[in-house]
Write a protein of this length. Sequence first.
Length: 50
Amino acid sequence: MVDIVDVAADIVAGIAADIADDIADDIAAVVVADASLVALPFVGKVEPFA
């Protein structure tokens, strides 16, 4: 017999893992975007406030 509590726990754990993965991806994307924004003026020798 399938225990509904086990099934629910598996579902919640799966959702939590998906959310954690999405958050990690979002954080990585923001870090990369911030790094490129900071590096861009120096790499291209572009004045950021020109």
